[in-house]
Design a protein around this ligand. Structure first.
Ligand code: UD1
Ligand code: CA
Length: 458
């Protein structure tokens, strides 16, 4: 089965942070994850990650999702692949993709198209290349009559070779067995004293095998990061590319200030995204919505024609025609059903809010199951935590929760029931009843006037 090796041993000294370079984030996700994502999307899930610098951080991040091998010292890209020989042997008879963990914009189309060329041409190795106006720093592709003859690193190149604009992206397809075979012949006889993976090209040619190049249509596949400025640049590129894609899909942006959209986010036609909005994770937004300004939506699903204004929403589901905001937090595990309205300074946590229900202002609904057409007055609190355990409240359809009600969970307010403003409800309220827990108002006649007189005397 086709498989991939991702080289992630590098440190990235110039990032000035103690972390393997592939773990630095683009739009909130490690570059390594972008590379893994491209493999998965291309149908390759048999992946081996070569770790080196701060290997334990790679382990912690991957959390056992993929096989890893340790490159104890960084002796070059060829040496990195040597560490994965047993992974390669397991995959004998197939083709192996080699990718850099710090070049996040490799895409599944490039991977698959390159493989098709690799197979059609009967190559032992196919290098994914790009043509750059400024090729400095990259390995240059030396072409031959029927393919390529070698890759020359910048530091080993002659002045003439440095003029070549076709460069090595650092991604390759190898016939697995030929890769295993060629690794044994690598030496450190070069300007950097490293085992260069790129030397496999002329080694394989020397064995009578074929080497070719696939020029990527996506020039971003070569983009990598060396320092913080580069990381910011790649974030900008990613951000712009993603917004471009959504524009093509019919999403509306009047400006893109502060808008960041994760690569897996799906947005329907005619939806407007306003400034300062950050959409991330597996978020799906329907059609005709207005999201923003300043919304943060993470791993959540939003239906059609919903308006979110200054909302933060995590791991939740919001249906159609819902209006939320401003200044609302929807915490994980919530489900806001169609037609609901949630107004300013409301927090909803791990709760269901039924259809057409209104929670207009200054309210906390946690661990609760709320039916349809319920009305919450201002300042309601579901008291879901007694200091030891959390309990749920149930509020049935058409109930009316008076202002400043405390509902001490577990408690149920039945269908159509009322709670009087200011009540602390500790017992279930039957359907259609009124629960009132409140001292009678006592009036002290003339109290204020007397007070005023006393003050004047002083
Ligand atoms: C490499 C290529 C160069 C290509 C460039 C594209 C070689 C010799 N050169 O150069 O032709 O144009 O990538 O970016 O391969 N790594 C390890 N262990 C090591 C060394 C590197 O895991 O011992 C990993 C790095 O983390 C990185 C990748 O391999 O993900 C590439 O390494 P890097 O040092 O950036 O290679 P370049 O010198 O840029
Ligand atoms: Ca590099």
């Amino acid at each position: 089965m086709d498989n991939a090796i991702i080289l992630a041993g590098g440190q990235g000294k110039r990032m000035k942070a103690d972390m393997p370079k592939p773990l630095f984030r683009i739009l909130g996700e490690p570059m390594l994850e972008w590379v893994i994502g491209a493999c998965e999307k291309a149908g390759i899930s048999d992946i081996c990650v070569v770790k080196g610098y701060k290997a334990e951080m790679i382990d912690e991040y991957l959390d056992g999702r993929y096989e890893t091998v340790l490159q104890a010292e960084r002796l070059g890209t060829g040496h990195a692949v040597m560490q994965a020989v047993s992974f390669l042997k397991k995959n004998s008879g197939s083709d192996t993709l080699v990718l850099c963990g710090d070049a996040p914009f490799i895409d599944s189309q490039t991977i698959n198209d390159a493989l098709a060329r690799h197979r059609a041409d009967g190559n032992s190795v196919t290098v994914i290349t790009a043509e750059l106006e400024e090729p400095a720093g990259y390995g240059r592709i030396i072409r031959s009559a029927n393919g390529i003859s070698s890759i020359v690193e910048e530091k080993d190149a002659t002045a003439e070779q440095k003029k070549i604009k076709e460069i090595n992206s650092g991604a390759y397809w190898f016939r697995t067995d030929d890769l295993i075979d060629s690794l044994n012949s690598l030496t450190t006889d070069n300007a950097q004293g490293e085992y260069y993976l790129t030397d496999t090209i002329y080694i394989l040619l020397g064995k009578g095998k074929k080497a070719g190049a696939f020029i990527s249509q996506n020039p971003d596949v070569v983009l990598g990061v060396n320092d913080r400025k580069g990381l910011l640049r790649l974030n900008k590129t990613a951000r712009e590319n993603i917004i471009e894609k959504h524009l093509e899909n019919g999403v509306e942006f009047t400006c893109t200030d502060g808008i960041t959209i994760g690569r897996d986010v799906i947005i329907g036609e005619g939806t407007q995204i306003l400034s300062g909005t950050v959409l991330s994770g597996k978020t799906v937004i329907g059609e005709g919505c207005v999201i923003g300004p300043d919304c943060i939506i993470e791993n959540s699903t939003v239906g059609n024609d919903t308006k979110l204004n200054y909302v933060q929403c995590y791991d939740s589901k919001i249906e159609n025609n819902v209006k939320i905001g401003p200044f609302v937090q929807i915490r994980p595990g919530s489900h806001i059903k169609s037609g609901a309205k949630i107004g300013d300074f409301v927090e909803i946590k791990n709760s269901v809010i039924g259809e057409e229900t209104a929670v207009a202002h200054l309210t906390y609904v946690g661990d609760s199951d709320v039916g349809g057409c319920v009305n919450f007055g201002c300042g309601v609190v579901t008291v879901n935590y007694d200091g030891e355990k959390k309990s749920r409240c149930t509020i049935e359809d058409n109930a009316f929760i008076g202002c400043n009600t405390n509902l001490i969970a577990p408690v149920t307010v039945g269908k159509g029931a009322y709670t009087a403003a200011g009540s602390t409800i500790t017992k279930d309220v039957p359907a259609d009843a009124l629960a009132i827990e409140r001292g009678d108002t006592r009036t002290v006649e003339g109290y204020a006037a007397r007070k005023l007189r006393n003050r004047k005397k002083k």
